[in-house]
Design a protein. Structure first.
Length: 396
């Protein structure tokens, strides 16, 4: 009986030791290995990309209130559910953290503020290199279309209406850096950060990239650098208009009434869809065709010079009364779409040229008449600024 009591006491003691050793797992697990990798955090005024190595060393890239830092080195150590980060710029942190391995970890400051870092399985630095056209955004600017190129040397160029610039810019260069799924980009001396998602062949047109920051989202389609000029015909599909300012007066092109002060994308739909407007790229010729209101067909074969995506159309070779036009053209990976971008000077000269070339067909004047100069002068006077992009769909 005595021996039985001793056995019971020993068994209860063993259970007690086992119970003491069975503490909550998250307190005693060493999560040092779980922190190895690239982690990104993005809030309203703060963004950071943090690379943590197996030996506890770390490198930080980030931006706060427009101020950017990169390649700031430090160390990361963990003990139970506490973490200490020491960096060479003395921006250090010690406090509580929680982690879901392979997904996210959170830092908790004494003030109660919480920062969530998400794990990046893939680095997108190589994927975004190339040229992209914006196909949609949540900006208050109506129908804004932009073109952006990311180069391997950390430089990017931007063409379109700059939200921060408040004006149209053409091939404006800036610096950028991508770590994990966050892109840090310089705009007018200040940096902003974007959360980047990338989908290879995300649509039938090709790769898709989406940038998100503080409620703003923009979607981009990869396009080709350079043009395929081997006999491709495109029909007008849609237009994008931004920053249109000018006189509040009506004028007509192809029998359609326009007003720069009130112009919308819909006006170009009426103008170009109704006239069955199409273009063809064929070697060194830009061929356009349209159907006039009186049923006559009009058009011209315009010599063009191509440098990358910049195209110069020499309308003066068709008739001396016309002017040359500089514009930018872009195609998707399979040439199923053609995007034509025009800033103010391009728009003025292009549509004045079309009016000059079609007026004789409408019985208005001889091309040798000085009225041609008046067409250009009137167009320049009524257009203060405009940014227009046209989308054409390949004819099957």
């Amino acid at each position: 009986m005595k021996n039985l009591k001793l056995l019971v006491v020993a068994f209860v003691a063993m259970l007690g030791f086992a119970a003491c050793d069975n503490k909550p797992e998250h307190i005693y697990d060493d999560h040092s290995a779980d922190l190895v990798g690239t982690w990104t955090c993005l809030t309203e005024n703060y963004a950071e990309a943090l690379i943590i190595n197996a030996d506890g060393t770390a490198v930080s890239y980030g931006v706060e209130d427009g101020e950017y830092w990169e390649n700031v080195r430090g160390t990361v150590t963990v003990k139970e559910n506490n973490i200490t980060m020491i960096f060479e710029d003395d921006d250090n942190f010690t406090g509580h953290f929680d982690i879901i391995p392979g997904q996210a970890f959170s830092l908790f400051e004494n003030t109660g503020e919480r920062y969530v870092y998400n794990y990046c399985a893939n680095d997108l630095a190589d994927e975004i290199v190339g040229m992209w056209v914006c196909t949609g955004n949540s900006s208050i600017e109506e129908n804004n279309m932009n073109i952006q190129t990311f180069n391997e040397n950390g430089k990017s160029t931007f063409t379109g209406f700059g939200e921060i610039d408040g004006e149209i810019v053409v091939k404006k260069e800036s610096n950028y850096k991508v770590i994990g799924d966050v892109s840090f980009q310089e705009i007018n001396g200040k940096y902003i950060a974007w959360k980047v998602t990338y989908s290879q062949n995300g649509t039938s047109l090709g790769d898709i990239m989406t940038n998100t920051n503080n409620g703003f989202t923009s979607t981009w389609l990869r396009i080709k650098e350079g043009l395929d000029l081997t006999d491709n015909t495109y029909d007008y599909k849609s237009a994008y208009v931004t920053n249109a300012k000018g006189k509040d007066e009506d004028f007509t092109i192809f029998g359609n009434t326009l007003n720069i002060a009130k112009i919308k994308a819909y006006d170009f739909d009426k103008l170009l869809c109704a006239d069955l407007y199409n273009v063809e790229l064929n070697g060194n010729l830009f061929k356009y065709r349209l159907l006039l209101e009186n049923g006559e067909s009009a058009g011209a074969d315009v010599p063009m010079t191509v440098e990358g995506n910049k195209v110069t159309l020499d309308f003066s070779a068709v008739n001396p009364a016309c002017r040359k036009v500089d514009m930018y053209m872009f195609q998707d990976k399979d040439n199923t779409q053609l995007h034509i971008y025009m800033h103010t000077a391009s728009f003025v000269n292009y549509f004045a040229n079309l009016k000059v070339l079609t007026m004789p067909l409408e019985g208005n004047f001889d091309l040798s008449d000085a009225a041609a100069e008046k067409v250009f002068a009137d167009m320049e006077a009524r257009v203060e600024s405009i940014n227009v992009s046209f989308v054409f769909k390949a004819r099957k």
